[in-house]
Design a protein around this ligand. Sequence first.
Ligand code: ADP
Length: 599
Amino acid sequence: MFRKADSYHKCRPVGDLDAPDGDNTETFPLSSDNESRELTDGFHLLVDALKLNGIETIFTLPGIPITDLTRLAQAQGMRVISFRHEQHAGNAAAAAGYLTQKPGICLTVSAPGFLNGLTALANATTNCFPMILISGSSEREIVDLQQGDYEEMDQLAIAKPLCKAAYRVLHAQDIGIGIARAIRSALSGRPGGVYLDLPAKLFAQTMEAEAGRKSLVKVVDPAPRQIPAPEAVRRALAVLKGAKRPLILLGKGAAYAQADAEIRALIEKTGIPYLPMSMAKGLLPDTHAQSASAARSYVLAEADVVMLIGARLNWLLSHGKGKTWGAPNAKQFIQIDISPTEMDSNVPIAAPLVGDVGSCVSALLAGIEAGWAKPPTDWTAAIAERKDKNLTKMAETLAKNPSPMNFHSALGAIREIVKERPDIIVVNEGANTLDFARSIVDMYEPRKRLDVGTWGIMGIGMGFSVAAAVTTGKPVIAIEGDSAFGFSGMEVETICRYNLPVCVVVFNNNGVYKGTDVNPRGGDAAPTVFVKNARYELLMQAFGGVGVLAKTPDELSRAIKEALASGKPTLINAIIDETAGTESGRITNLNPQSAAKKK
Ligand code: ADP
C-alpha cells in the first residue's frame, strides 16, 4: 500500500512544480513489504534547512538545474528575488549578510552562472560579509573524468581559494549538515563567503520525510561571542591611558558587530576623538562633536595612540605607515579584531585585543573608572580648530551654484535630504562620485552607508540597493558615477519588478573620471568617454519606473523628494560638468604612470 506525501513534504519529480491545479502529489513504492511512507527530496530539504535557520530570502537567477528550487522556495513562503545577472544577486546576498548578521544566500546555475556569482563571493570574503553562494553543478562522475557534461566545471576547486570555506553535498541526508556547516563558516570568527556545491542529481534524491526532518540542523549560536583575555584588556587600557593624543578609528567590522550603544559609550566616556572609515560613518552621527573626519590628515599624522575597532591597516589606511601617519615609529596601535592573525599584519600592534567588538568594547568600558581623564585639551582644541577651518571651507564650496552642476553642488542637495531623512540607506560607487559623496554626505545612523568596500570594486550599486530595500524596507538612494552604474544598470528592471523604493542618481559627466578625453589619432572615441548627453533616465521609464533629468541642485532635490514620497523606483540623470573630476579620484597615486612620475 502507498501513502501520499503531505502537502509540506510533497515530493514531486523535477519539472512538475508548475503542474496544473489538482492533486499533483506523488506516491512512491518504498519497501518490498509494500508499506507506504511519506517522502521528501533534495529540493524540499534545502528549503527546509534554510528556513529552519531563519533564512527567509534567496537572491538568484534561475536556470538549469535550480529553476524548480526557486519556484519551490517561493511556494514555501521564502522571498525569492530574481536578478538579471548573478553578480548582482551575489552582491545583494553579501549586503544582506552585512546588514542582518545572517548569511545572505545567492543561488546560481552551474559553470557560467557560478563564475558570475564568484566575484561577489570573493568580494564578500574580502569585506568580511557573511554570504553563501549555492550553485548547482554537473555530475561528479562526468566532471572528474572530463567527459564534457553540460556546463562542466570543477566548481568546488575553483571556489576554494576565493572564499572562507567550500563544501559539496552528495547525498540528500547530508543537506542539513551541509547548510549548517556553511552557516557556521560564514558567521563565526571573521565573517566571510562560503561556497556550497550541489550537483544536479542531489535535488531529485528522495528519502523518508521523517528521516529527512531529523537530518536538518538548527545551528545553535552560529557566531559565538569571543571574550578578550583580561590581561589583553588591561594592556590596551594601559596604552590608552598613557596617550597624549589618542584617536579611535572605527571600521566596517565595528558597524557589522551591531554594538552601537557600547561603541558610543566608549567614545563619549573617554572623550577620545574618532574617525569613521566610510562604511562606519553614522555609527555615531557624522556631526558628533568628537568626530575628527574634517581633520583627518591632521589626526592620522599627529595621534600618538590609535585604537582600531574593526578596521584593518590595509591600503585604505596606507598600511599604517608612511607620510599619512606622521613621524616614523611615533605611534602605538591598539587593535580590536576578531581575527588574531590580523595583528601585526602591517605594523606592530602594541596592544592586540582579540575578540568580538561588543565583548571587547564592553570589557574596556568596565575597565574605565569614573575618574578617567579625558584627552588633553591642547589635542582636542587643535583638532577643533582644524575642523572649523575645513568645515567653513566646505560650506563655502557647497554654497556655490555653478552651471552645469559639479560634484559638490549635486551632492550638497543630497546631503540636505539625508539630514532630513537619516533613516535613508545610501549606496555609493564611482571614483569622484564616491570620494566626494563620502566627505560631503553626512550619515547619522549605523549601517546606512554601503559602498565599494575594501577592493574599491565597481558594480555593487544595484545589487546592494536591492538588498538594502528588501532587508530593511527603508528607502535607498544610490549615488552612482555614470561609469559605475553601467556595471549593474540592467538591474533597474529588477528594482521595478519588485517595486522597490530605490532612487538611483546617476552622476553623468559623460565618462570614466571625466568626459573630455579625446583620441589623439581621431576615429574611435577615447577609452574613458561615453556617449555624450546619454539619457539614463529613460532606462527606468522603460520598465515602468520614474525617470527624471536634473540639471540643477533644485531639480535634483525635488526629484529625490518625490521619489521618497512616492516610494516608486526612480532614476535621476544628474547632469554634471564633464570637465569636473580627476583621474582615478583620490587614488591617483595608484596609477602606474603617476607612481612612476613620483620616483
Ligand atoms: P574598513 O574597510 O572599514 O576599515 P575592514 O573591512 O578593513 O574595515 O576591517 C574589518 C575588520 O573587522 C576585519 O579585520 C574583521 O576581522 C573585523 N571584524 C568583523 N566582524 C567583527 C566582529 N564582530 N568583532 C570584531 N572584529 C570584527
